[in-house]
Unconditional design. Structure first.
Length: 459
């Protein structure tokens, strides 16, 4: 049977609900851009802190000031000794600046200040206030305006700043990516668990981004798939029950038809009237079988059940008297004694005649198979204001041989009675078995009003 083609199972329009619209700031691309901005800011700040701010804080701190002063003094004394030993002039010292940048850790910057008089107290005060250093050269003096750390130490801090910024950026990006991978893995594990272990396990993911929307859509797909499977199973079970019920209901009149055929074939009838009775019953049974097969072909299949509205109004007492007599009188030919009820009153029943005949055939067949012939079959009727109750009881036969029993007959009777709006109840005791069939009466006035409304609409 096709599940998705024409005539297959279709989901209702309300069974699928698309996921809600994802807000702008909850989208993954927005999250990624925000993380990228945060990463860039953190990397730049870390690089600046390590390469610029940290050296400034370190070199200008009071704790290391004495150490830096000693280093500067030592470096300046060595430089003064070198200049004095080599009798460098002022121009030679200034021109040696590139060489000192490449070879010395502490580099001094010098410039000529001709107007500076070392013998002048004011100029001496100025030199002391600004911590200026005087370099004595062969042709005059030079004033050290500033100094700087050597290139190797600067490069170390710059490289450390870049490496630190890169590491911070990688850590932030890794945390974000690992978070996404964890959510994806969690969703994947839920899908595998639902597929391999428990199909009823709900799939969900916290959040309101695309991954959360994906989990919602997968959960809707899982629910819809389970709904399709359940409906398909229900239809398949109903189809099997339908086939079994019809097979059982058709087999019962066929068995009787075979019996009458054997009577005619072997000429076991006593007189021509009995022969005529057999032929009449055979024709009636064939007609009923044809009606059953026609109903099977013309019916509408709804949830695996035969739904055809062929109910009609009948006179209740007259119909039940005739049907009970024709259905159970044959039991007397097999040695049973049947007590039929005396039905009186005036009421109508809205029933399907062919289905009611199937009910009587099933009950009669069960009595013939399982009832004891030494005890009578009692059929009584109880007439109430709204319903008619038929009670059929018999003694169970001793189990001398195994009789095939499929449990289909009573189930078929129950379904047919329910379709007519009635109820069915079976009661099995140690020695007795009884059934109660309750059929609702028809309010003729209401039924006439409904019929008139239908007729007016048709006109």
């Amino acid at each position: 049977m096709s599940q998705f083609g024409d005539g297959g199972i279709k989901l209702s329009k309300g069974s699928y609900k698309p996921s809600e619209h994802i807000p702008f700031f909850n989208r993954l691309i927005v999250h990624f851009l925000m993380v990228a901005l945060l990463t860039s800011t953190a990397a730049f700040s870390t690089s600046q802190l390590i390469s610029t701010k940290l050296p400034e804080l370190l070199f200008d701190s009071q704790h290391f000031q004495a150490y830096w002063d000693q280093c500067i003094d030592t470096a300046f004394v060595n430089m003064q000794k070198n200049v004095t030993d080599n009798q460098y002039t002022r121009d030679e010292v200034i021109e040696s600046m590139p060489q000192r940048l490449a070879s010395e850790n502490i580099v001094f910057y010098f410039e000529m200040v001709p107007f500076l008089d070392l013998d002048d107290p004011i100029h001496q005060k100025y030199i002391e206030d600004h911590d200026a250093l005087i370099l004595y050269c062969a042709d005059g003096n030079l004033v050290s305006t500033s100094y700087m750390l050597g290139e190797p130490l600067v490069h170390i801090y710059q490289i450390s700043g870049m490496v630190g910024g890169t590491v911070v950026a990688c850590i932030i990006l890794s945390i974000y990516v690992l978070h996404l991978l964890h959510r994806i893995k969690h969703l994947y594990q839920q899908i595998l668990y639902s597929r391999n272990v428990d199909v009823h396990k709900r799939i969900s993911l916290k959040g309101s981004d695309e991954l959360a929307a994906l989990s919602q859509n997968i959960e809707q797909m899982r629910t819809c798939l389970l709904e399709l499977i359940d409906r398909e199973k229900e239809l398949r079970d109903n189809h099997m029950q339908l086939i079994a019920t019809l097979s059982h209901d058709i087999r019962t009149p066929l068995t009787k038809l075979m019996g009458y055929t054997e009577i005619l074939h072997y000429k076991k009838y006593a007189d021509p009237s009995e022969q005529s009775h057999c032929i009449s019953y055979m024709l009636e049974t064939i007609k009923r079988l044809r009606e059953m097969t026609d109903n099977l072909l013309d019916c509408v299949l709804v949830k695996g059940q035969l739904m055809h509205d062929d109910c009609q109004l009948v006179d209740g007492p007259e119909f039940l008297t005739q049907v009970l007599y024709e259905g159970f009188s044959d039991l007397e030919k097999y040695g049973f004694k049947v007590f039929l009820p005396d039905l009186k009153g005036s009421y109508a029943l809205n029933i399907c005649i062919s289905d009611f005949l199937r009910i009587i055939d099933n009950l009669s067949s069960n009595i013939m198979k399982y009832a004891c012939r030494e005890h009578p079959v009692l059929i009584s009727a109880e007439d109430t204001n709204e319903t008619v109750k038929l009670n059929i009881s018999n003694h169970k036969a001793a189990k001398k041989k195994i009789i095939p029993h499929h449990g289909i007959g009573l189930a078929s009777v129950n379904e047919l009675i329910k379709k007519m709006g009635g109820s069915f109840k079976a009661l099995e005791e140690k020695e007795e078995f009884s059934v109660c069939i309750c059929i609702p009466k028809v309010n003729l006035e209401c039924h006439a009003v409904k019929s008139a409304n239908i007729s007016s609409e048709d006109i």
